[in-house]
Design a protein around this ligand. Structure first.
Ligand code: MG
Length: 346
């Protein structure tokens, strides 16, 4: 009778196997890559401070590294996504290795509410440090040369508090529009960089270029002579095509490192169609050149480029039904591009 309630050896072994399998699947949700010794490392522990080596971005061991993740939306308009739960979800469910905090400067941003905007950025930085991924601190401005003093003050504080953390990446000018590289953007960048480097000698700094960070060839022809500088390359696939890839190729050929800190699947307005054919061409270019990417954006605005449908929670935990067409496409791309960094069961 007693024996009858005991599992026989065979079924006991089967039960253990199922339990172990369950544990495997649970533990494998976004668990970081194991090093050769079998110890789990976070993404940032594995790659350390990333830096430029000619036109490449490499990890602490000198190996080429490409990060793929999401940009948050303008901080003053979508503050609900600037929190630890959202970042954790982007890491665990989307397998992002980088999140970009797009801190608004004008239009009700840092210029008018510096403490509130700084707090949002720090919440995202702290969250990225906690899960062990990279964070881009983006001065999301179209007229940054008019706000030098504020930018210097902002980045000095960020560098002082976080400059010793390998997670940190600075993006000091989102998208200059009509400014001149030589007369406006470069002098601004040099002043901000000088102040960052006085505190933080090593973390990567991304610099924008005129025409919405598309004139990377112009920047590459007259580069900034500080260490560890990359240039942002922004594109929207239904608007920017081979002509922009030619400019990017020219910049790479001149030895500039590029970082796609913002791109959209649709038109540059954030609306319109998703251009899949052009996205294929862009991803081919990105893979060939080992470029890093952040997609625009984590937002629930009713527009094509938003990854979330209206009303999606600020705390993550989104079902596939709550993702837009663009959101589903980009999430799948991120998971595919980052798959070697995660021991996912799927
Ligand atoms: Mg540092």
């Amino acid at each position: 009778m007693f024996n009858s309630i005991l599992l026989n050896n065979k079924s006991f072994a089967g039960l253990i196997s199922i339990l172990l399998l369950c544990l495997f699947f649970v533990s494998c949700k976004a668990s970081p890559t194991e090093n050769p010794e079998g110890n789990k490392q976070t993404i940032v522990e594995r790659f350390g401070v990333i830096h430029t080596d000619g036109n490449k971005i490499v990890d602490k061991n000198g190996n080429t590294v490409a990060l793929h993740g999401m940009s948050l939306f303008w901080s003053q308009w979508m503050p609900q996504y600037y929190n630890a739960d959202c970042v954790k979800w982007l890491y665990e469910d989307w397998n992002c290795t980088v999140v970009r905090a797009a801190m608004a400067v004008e239009a009700g941003g840092y210029l008018t509410n510096p403490a509130a905007e700084m707090a949002k950025v720090k919440a995202v930085i702290d969250a990225c440090i906690k899960v062990g991924i990279y964070v881009i601190v983006d001065w999301h401005d179209h007229n940054a040369e008019l706000h030098r003093e504020q930018a210097v003050s902002f980045f000095k504080e960020i560098a002082t508090q976080y400059g010793d953390k390998p997670n940190l990446i600075y993006e000091i000018y989102n998208e200059p529009i009509h400014s001149s590289w030589k007369n406006d953007v470069k002098p601004y960048a040099e002043e901000v960089i000088q102040n960052i480097r006085a505190v933080d000698p090593d973390n990567l700094i991304i610099v924008g270029s005129p025409t919405w960070s598309q004139d990377v060839d112009i920047a590459a022809a007259d580069p900034i002579l500080y260490n560890n500088i990359a240039y942002s390359l922004h594109f929207y696939s239904a608007t920017h095509k081979q002509e922009l890839r030619n400019k990017a190729a020219a910049a790479l050929n001149r030895g500039a490192a590029l970082f796609v800190s913002e791109f959209g699947t649709c038109e540059s307005s954030g609306t319109g169609i998703i251009d899949y054919q052009e996205l294929d061409r862009w991803y081919s270019f990105i893979k060939t050149n080992n470029l890093s990417t952040c997609n625009w954006s984590i937002a629930d605005k009713d527009e094509t480029s938003a990854a979330l449908k209206p009303g999606a929670s600020g705390k993550g935990n989104w079902s596939d039904e709550q993702l837009t067409v663009s959101g589903k496409y980009v999430k799948a791309k991120i998971k595919e591009l980052n798959k070697t960094h995660f021991n996912n069961a799927e």
